[in-house]
Design a protein around this ligand. Structure first.
Ligand SMILES: Cc1ncc(COP(=O)(O)O)c(C=O)c1O
Length: 426
């Protein structure tokens, strides 16, 4: 790091953990450039945000155009065109859901969704699932169970949150359907012993566990949640903040499982990097949310919503969902080859371009040290990859949906070299 700006770094709060000391200068597609000109393959996507790649020309053009016309058209004061255009773009993607509330961050959307569920049902409690990550604000943190660091020292948190198991079959060591059936049984027990259905407003779940370890549940699990919601009058809230906008090869991950939510939350990939989130539900349900009982100064910002319109158009018109499926298959098959050579890669799982490689030692225990060492070796070679999971022993692969065949090959070759360096071997 050479910049004269480095003297400012110690003045940033240490609450921010740092993956690297790169001072980012610019980004283009799957590449991020440091101020020293070095290029990195950014397979973090800024934590699953830049699904259309860095600075997609269409998004940049929309932002620049909008910034010259209007920067702030406050949603309580006026309607603005980009928000209305965004609603029109989203409607066919989320049908039969048809009502939107826009805010800025994922945490804000999740908290808003819980507020909506409480108002709409008149019930207070929420069930979340082990390994959940829903954000950092007090309400969202109370719903988060993926690591103790996120909650430690902040108790007491929001009350009325209950935790049921998520079907992380690889961890339990059972087959997927047995794990799913067990988790649903445990949920029934929770509803019989800790939070009665008539005081439970919602089940809140990530359709694919993100921060908690990139775990894909079987359809039977999410369908079992839907069935219980229908039986007991609870709402099903799907947090699509990390899984949405083509990440799993479909617009939204719930489409893989044949499950319809009552409420979904969106953020991250929605606006290609500008801060924007959404709570999406039905007009009937939203009608139970009285005017003024939720809000926010900046929600649905005019520049961010124009970026979102351009994002959706780019994903659709450039067939980025197809590319996510194809590049995801290419990446998974390359990783499986490497797994044959490196048994420390205990599990490879995912959908589309949301793939986790979980590291286990020879005794079958979570192997954070190797996962971190491999990630670090990748970084030294110009490939940015994050880890996740309760023990930080899962490397997550979240390249942009615009990633090319050559870039996936390049990432696999870097990963192979990093494994050889960190673990030893060919
Ligand atoms: C599934 C999920 N929900 C909510 C959030 C919180 O989003 P934000 O960081 O924008 O508040 C995240 C962030 O990683 C997430 O992955």
């Amino acid at each position: 790091m050479t910049s004269s700006l480095t003297s400012a770094i110690p003045h940033l709060s240490p609450a921010w953990s740092h993956y690297s000391d790169v001072i980012a200068e610019r980004g283009e597609g799957a590449l991020l450039y440091g101020e020293d000109g070095r290029a990195y393959l950014d397979f973090t996507c800024g934590i699953a945000v830049t699904n259309t790649g860095h600075c997609h020309p269409r998004v940049v053009e929309a932002v620049q155009r909008q910034a010259g016309i209007l920067l702030h058209g406050q949603a309580n004061i006026v309607f603005h065109k980009p928000m209305l255009q965004l609603v029109q773009e989203l409607l066919p993607l989320v049908a039969p859901l048809d009502s939107f509330f826009f805010s800025n961050s994922g945490a804000e959307a999740v908290e808003g969704a819980v507020k909506l569920a409480r108002k709409a049902t008149g019930r207070t409690n929420v069930v979340v699932f082990q390994g959940s990550f829903h954000g950092r604000t007090v309400g969202a943190m109370s719903l988060t169970t993926s690591k103790t660091i996120y909650r430690g020292g902040y108790q007491p948190l929001m009350a009325g949150v209950f935790v049921a198991p998520f079907p992380y079959a690889y961890r339990y060591g059972w087959d997927v359907e047995r794990t799913s059936a067990w988790c649903l049984d445990e949920l029934d027990l929770l509803l019989a012993t800790q939070t009665a259905p008539n005081e439970t407003a919602a089940l809140l779940v990530e359709p694919v566990l993100g921060e908690g370890g990139y775990v894909v549940p079987p359809a039977s699990f999410l369908q079992g949640l839907r069935e219980r919601c229908d039986r007991h009058g609870m709402l099903l809230i799907l947090d699509e903040i990390q899984t949405g906008f083509g990440r799993t090869g479909k617009w939204f991950a719930y489409e893989h499982f044949g499950v319809q939510a009552d409420i979904i939350t969106l953020a991250k990939g929605l606006a290609s990097g500008l801060p924007l989130s959404a709570i999406v539900s039905t007009r009937e349900l939203m009608a139970r949310w009285p005017a003024g009982s939720h809000g926010g100064t900046y929600g649905g910002n005019v520049v961010a919503t124009s970026a979102a319109v351009a994002t959706i158009q780019a994903i659709r018109e450039e067939n980025l969902l197809d590319n996510a499926v194809q590049r995801g298959a290419q990446l998974t098959s390359g990783l499986r080859h490497l797994q044959e050579e490196y048994p420390v890669i205990g599990d490879i799982r995912g959908l589309g371009l949301m793939i986790g490689t979980e590291f286990r030692d020879s005794g079958g225990k979570p192997d954070k040290i190797t996962a971190k060492a491999v990630s670090q070796e990748c970084f030294q070679r110009g490939l940015m990859l994050l880890t996740c999971g309760p023990w930080d022993n899962t490397i997550r692969w979240i390249p942009p949906l615009v990633v090319s065949r050559e870039q996936i090959d390049q990432s696999l070759s870097i990963f192979a070299d990093a494994l050889a360096e960190a673990v030893g071997g060919s």
